[in-house]
Design a protein around this ligand. Structure first.
Ligand code: VGL
Ligand code: ZN
Length: 199
């Protein structure tokens, strides 16, 4: 069977969960749901990517240096680790973004693997045509990753039961979902995926 689908888990890191440096309300609620998605992709031998926000201590992304965000996901810190209950498989492909101290880098398409290979290049090598996206935060990294996926010509499904948003302004996450759908993303939840499994 030729692989065409992959799962992308966006930034499910301690700092984006309650108690973290940039907590997303209910951010940790995505964890058990994403574990179900990972099990389904794992059974079907489909690739699973996990992106991480991976900032240097000094970056224009942070409030102290001109940005809008409190300190979060500093490289090597506890806050930058994936949530402990996120059941990442051994063969998960971790991609990192946000290392450039002069850029925000919200999209996973700006992320690279440890060996420097870009996410889009890996997707191409694996023949991925459809990306299923969940994680944090709906109105930032999830949104930008979904929009970039569509720009790259992929089919993109937004896993609506496995995302949560920051909502700096109330309604930001709802608008982000509208924007993704308008751009061509398909909204999906776990029971819909079980009825129409990825291949
Ligand atoms: C994110 C704000 C700042 C995200 C990252 O992962 O959505 N949001 N840095
Ligand atoms: Zn960040």
């Amino acid at each position: 069977m030729k692989t065409t689908s992959a799962l992308l888990i966006v930034d499910v890191q301690n700092d984006f969960c309650p108690g973290g440096g940039l907590p997303v309300p209910e951010g940790d609620r995505v964890v058990p749901v994403l574990n179900h998605y990972m099990a389904l992709f794992g059974e079907r031998k489909l690739p699973i990517f996990a992106s991480r926000d991976w900032h240097p201590a000094t970056t224009s992304h942070f409030r102290d240096y001109g940005g809008i965000w409190p300190v979060h996901c500093v490289q090597g810190s506890e806050g930058a680790r994936f949530h402990r209950d996120l059941a990442l498989p051994e063969d998960v492909i971790v991609i990192s973004k946000g290392m450039d101290p002069s850029r925000d880098d919200y999209s996973a398409f700006q992320a690279i693997m440890d060996d420097g290979v870009r996410f889009s290049v890996v997707l191409k090598e694996l023949g991925i045509r459809k990306l299923y996206v969940g994680g944090l935060a709906t109105d930032y990294c999830v949104k930008e990753s979904v929009l970039d996926g569509l720009r790259h010509g992929l089919s993109v499904a937004l896993l609506e039961d496995a995302v949560r948003g920051v909502d700096l302004k109330p309604g930001d996450s709802a608008s982000a979902i509208d924007e993704m759908v308008t751009a061509g993303a398909e909204r999906m939840n776990f029971s819909q995926l079980q009825a129409d499994p990825p291949s």
